[in-house]
Every structure is written in structure tokens, then in C-alpha cells.
Design a protein around this ligand. Structure first.
Ligand code: PSU
Ligand code: MN
Length: 308
């Protein structure tokens, strides 16, 4: 396939994914930071494998993306998923766009974030990607400049990201402002509000609401035909039955943020630290919600990929 030649020997696409792309079978990209840094072991393996099963059940080929031994790998094997999951944050680098070339040059492993996964998915020609939540502008970003590279990747790379919004550990208002500045549409799937990951509402609106995967595919097609460039956020609220009660969640979030502040966590460690503390403070309640919203996003992403 030409993509392989174009990116030297740095890009490897699994045969099943390559054939699906060549023959127009829907493909859904999946990220890997969520595996190594987003959940504890072995919940992470379970979630990664189940996400792939959900994609298949919905008629799409899953392509979980990571860097394996310096190769950008599109479509991981079960063993490779197990490897990233058991290595965890201590054993595998979190890989955003800025990290890709360093890890390739070193022949190292990397677990791709939303930004890293979008960049590699675009190289492979995959247009739809499902994850849990996107990174965003952190609270206090006006002073700290801590704004996830995910937002700037959305500004430049034409991949649609299906997510349950972003966590309210972030400043969701600022996050949406940054997306607006960069011309990234935020589409609500059966919602008028941008969801806050564990909760279906946030008090912030989406740019446009749609009821079906086909209507969302129409927007993606129009965006492509107009050559506008850049990505699209598709916000799919967590299924009602897994939503977490706002007050309880607020307490866990405040505690996790206070700890991060007290310890002085910064840079790429911030998001994994907050996720891990929430899973601990909630004794697994946030982890279960997180898994379920991922599956729901994968199913919607598969439907959109099919409609494309
Ligand atoms: N939000 C989640 N779960 C995650 C992440 C974000 O609810 O696992 C991960 C994603 O890989 C996302 C990354 O791209 O964290 C954002 O990290 P940062 O804030 O450092 O850009
Ligand atoms: Mn950051």
C-alpha cells in the first residue's frame, strides 16, 4: 500500500486493516494511552479487547494504534495489547504528536494519546476514531498554558473523534473556546450539551445536534469535500445507566485536583495522575463508567464509519 512507502518503514498497517481500507470496509481507530495510562491492569486489557469486539459486532474493523519497537503500528495483536497493558505507565511512554519521531528513532514503544493516534490514523487513511474523552484546557490554563495537544491535533488533522466529551477535571468552557478558535466543529449525538465524560451534561452547548450516524457522516463528507482540513469532535453522552451523580463526582474531582496540586504534578503526568486517583477514590466506580462510555463511543464510531 502506498501509505507504507510514503512513511518509510515506520508505518505498519495490519493486513486485516489494510484490506478493509482498500475495499471500503469501515475501520475504527482506537487509542492506546487509555490502555497503558488510563486504567489499571488488568481492567485495561479487558477494556481494550472488548472495545475491539464492540467494533466488530457493529460491522467495523478495529485498528488499535501504538508505537511498537519504533514502528507506528495500526492494528495491534492481542499480545501487543497485553504488552502495553501490563507495562503500564512505568514501562511505556505516553506518545503525543511531539513524541512520535523520538520514539521511532529510538526504536521504542509508545502508547498514543488522542493527538498521537489521530496523527497515525491519518497516515493510514482512517477517518473515524473512538476514545473515552479528549484532553482539553486544564483549569487554570489561562496562567499555566496547560492545553492538551489533542485540541491542536483536532485543528490540523482530518479525523473524526467520537468521545463522551471531556472530563470536568478540565475547564470545559475554555476547552470549547480553543476548539472554536481553531475551527473544530463539536457535534452532539442526540444531545444539545457538551457532555462531561462521567455526566451527560456540563452546562455548555454543542455547535450542532444530530440524531443519526448518517447525518453526522453527511457533515464529515461535506467537510472533506470543502477541503476545510482539521478534525471533528462527535460528543456522545455516557449511557444514562452509568452516569455518575454530580455531587459525589465533584468531591472526588476536587480531592484529586488538590492532591495533584499539593504534589506538584505537571506536564504529561497530570491527566494520568488524575484518572488513576479518580479510579482509586471512587473504588472503581469511575473505571466502570469509563469502560461503558468507551464501548458506547466505539459502537457510534462504527456506525459513522459505515455511513461514510
Ligand atoms: N481523558 C480520559 N482518559 C484518557 C485520556 C484523557 O478520560 O485516557 C488520555 C487520552 O489519551 C488523551 C490524553 O489524549 O489522556 C490527554 O493527555 P494530556 O492532557 O496530557 O494531553
Ligand atoms: Mn497537558
Amino acid at each position: 500500500m502506498s501509505a507504507v512507502v510514503e512513511f518509510g518503514d515506520h508505518l505498519a498497517i495490519a493486513p486485516e486493516v489494510r484490506e478493509a481500507l482498500a475495499s471500503g470496509v469501515p475501520v475504527v481507530a482506537l487509542e492506546s494511552t487509555i490502555i497503558s495510562h488510563g486504567f489499571p491492569y488488568p481492567t485495561n486489557v479487558e477494556c481494550a479487547l472488548e472495545a475491539e469486539r464492540v467494533a466488530r459486532a457493529a460491522g467495523a474493523v478495529p485498528a488499535t494504534i501504538a508505537i511498537i519497537g519504533g514502528t507506528l503500528t495500526v492494528g495491534l495483536s492481542g499480545d501487543q495489547i497485553e504488552h502495553l497493558a501490563s507495562a503500564g505507565p512505568a514501562g511505556v511512554e505516553k506518545a503525543s504528536r511531539r513524541d512520535l519521531a523520538v520514539l521511532v528513532a529510538r526504536g521504542a514503544d509508545g502508547a498514543t494519546t488522542v493527538a498521537g493516534t489521530m496523527a497515525v490514523a491519518a497516515m493510514a487513511g482512517i477517518r473515524v476514531f473512538a476514545t473515552g474523552g479528549i484532553g482539553g484546557a486544564h483549569r487554570g490554563a489561562a496562567a499555566s498554558f496547560d492545553i492538551s495537544a489533542d485540541l491542536l491535533e483536532l485543528a490540523r488533522t482530518e479525523v473524526a473523534v467520537v468521545c463522551a466529551g471531556a472530563k470536568s477535571v478540565l475547564d470545559l468552557g475554555l476547552t470549547l473556546e480553543v476548539l472554536e478558535t481553531h475551527g473544530v466543529p463539536v457535534l452532539g449525538y442526540r444531545t444539545d450539551e457538551f457532555p462531561a465524560f462521567y455526566t451527560r451534561t456540563s452546562g455548555h452547548g454543542v455547535d450542532a445536534r444530530f440524531e443519526t450516524a448518517e447525518e453526522i457522516a453527511d457533515v464529515l463528507r461535506a467537510r472533506h469535500e470543502l477541503k476545510l482540513g482539521g478534525g471533528t469532535v462527535i460528543a456522545n453522552p455516557i449511557p444514562k445507566e452509568y452516569e455518575i451523580e454530580t455531587e459525589l463526582l465533584g468531591r472526588w474531582i476536587d480531592e484529586a485536583l488538590a492532591e495533584a496540586d499539593a504534589i506538584g504534578v505537571h506536564g504529561k503526568e497530570v491527566t494520568p495522575f488524575l484518572l488513576a486517583r479518580l479510579h482509586e477514590l471512587s473504588v472503581g466506580v469511575t473505571a466502570e463508567a469509563n469502560k461503558q462510555l468507551v464501548y458506547s463511543n466505539v459502537a457510534l464510531a462504527a456506525a459513522i464509519a459505515k455511513a461514510l
